[in-house]
Design a protein around this ligand. Structure first.
Ligand code: ADP
Ligand code: MG
Length: 382
């Protein structure tokens, strides 16, 4: 796989697929991390006198009403400000305005096209990797650089589609950084400990199956724990359980006896901590308890590699962030090599205030990369 600095960019039309998918509410960007993470590659292309064509998605487009609130126009202004460089926004994804703008580009000019997912409105062309649109976007440039790590697990037109239709292609600095930092998890020093929590199991079953094969231990917290606790015979009251994943949990508990470590105590909605065999029918558990933190920390302190996905409690509420925060503190103090993946997990760890290893911006992509060791959009660049 080539990298952006393997190419001579001067005077070349360089398509950069960025991840500018920032959270926006009432026209205000709530968090510009993704814009900041994109700067290095764009600035490099400016320094090398390229003509820069930026593509990105923003949110999801299902119906007409989704269009306006997911326009990249305000992102374009924010990007220009961060770059301290003019960015021309073209409110189209294709057509004569796009062509004209590109034809008139000078070296170091930057244009940002409208949200690639506008193409999803009729026929989900971006998200199903429609052959025509991918080929069209590829025709706009000389070189294609994918720097949108967070969507590399999806075979979309702006990732896989363009790559399949252009000869000169490679990764940007953000993708390079992510791959470099996720690598230790692919060839982990042992003991290799997984910390798994969060809410959704079903979507993560294939990944969990893969990771369980590789890991020495899997510590389970979060809502995820209650499906596993229920599968092993405990009553969990109103705690979140994914009924359709009970069979999977049972199977894993049987196959990996001794590898899967479940909570021994939990914090209830009322604030009371109880052992897992004391959860009443009318109560709901929202965090791991202090005894569980002690058990988990024994494994964590021995670990040579940790991969963590899923907050260990309902961390959005400070009362139930204690377990997650304690685990962050232990990892941070003991300096255990750790990679954190997953959108909410990253937020939870950052919110704890402790310095915890490497926090991937990749969300689902980092999970899939760690499990499968490659991603569709990366394969298309080879
Ligand atoms: P990620 O985005 O990192 O992959 P998930 O989306 O799977 O993580 O899960 C995050 C969500 O899980 C958070 O909103 C958190 O509040 C929730 N959660 C964690 N533990 C519990 C719990 N015990 N009960 C209910 N929700 C929980
Ligand atoms: Mg999430």
């Amino acid at each position: 796989m080539k990298r952006i600095d393997d190419f001579s960019l001067k005077g070349k039309k360089v398509i950069i697929r960025c991840d500018l998918n920032v959270p926006i509410k009432n026209g205000v960007i709530l968090d510009d991390t993704r814009i900041k993470e994109s700067l290095k590659t764009i600035k490099y292309a400016i320094r090398k006198s390229a003509k820069i064509i930026i593509l990105s998605h923003l949110g999801r487009i299902k119906e007409k009403e989704d269009l306006e609130k997911n326009s990249l126009e305000i992102v374009s202004s924010a990007l220009a400000k961060s770059l301290k460089h003019k960015v021309t926004f073209i409110p189209d994804t294709k057509g004569k305005n796009v062509k004209q703008a590109i034809d008139n580009m000078k070296n170091k000019d930057i244009i940002l096209l409208e949200n690639t997912r506008y193409e999803d409105l009729k026929g989900r062309k971006e998200s199903t990797n429609d052959k025509k649109i991918g080929k069209y976007w590829a025709s706009l440039g000389d070189i294609y650089i994918n720097d949108a790590f967070a969507v590399c697990h999806r075979a979309h037109a702006s990732s896989v589609g363009i790559a399949e239709n252009i000869e000169n292609k490679g990764i940007g600095f953000l993708v390079e950084k992510e791959l470099k930092n996720l690598k230790p998890v692919l060839t982990p020093k042992r003991p290799f400990v997984l910390i798994i929590g969060g809410a959704k199991i079903k979507d993560k079953i294939p990944i969990l199956t893969k990771l369980l094969e590789k890991a020495d231990y899997m510590l389970i917290g979060g809502a995820m724990a209650f499906t596993f606790l229920k599968a092993s015979g405990f009553k969990v009251g109103h705690s979140l359980v994914e009924e359709e994943s009970l069979d999977f949990a049972r199977e894993m508990l049987e196959k990996y006896e001794g590898k899967i470590i479940l909570p021994i105590d939990v914090v209830l909605e009322s604030g009371k901590t109880v052992f897992v065999n004391e959860i009443k029918d009318d109560s709901k558990a929202l965090d791991i308890g202090s005894q569980t933190v002690k058990v988990f920390s024994m494994y964590i302190k021995e670990a040579k590699t940790i991969f963590w996905n899923g907050p260990l409690g309902l961390f959005e509420d400070e009362k139930f962030a204690v377990g997650t925060n304690k685990i962050c503190e232990i990892i941070s103090k003991e300096k255990i090599p750790t990679v954190v993946g997953g959108g909410d997990t990253a937020s939870a760890v950052i919110k704890s205030g402790f310095k915890v290893g490497y926090i991937s911006t990749g969300g689902g992509a980092s999970l899939e990369y760690v499990a499968y060791e490659t991603l569709p959009a990366l394969e298309a660049l080879k």
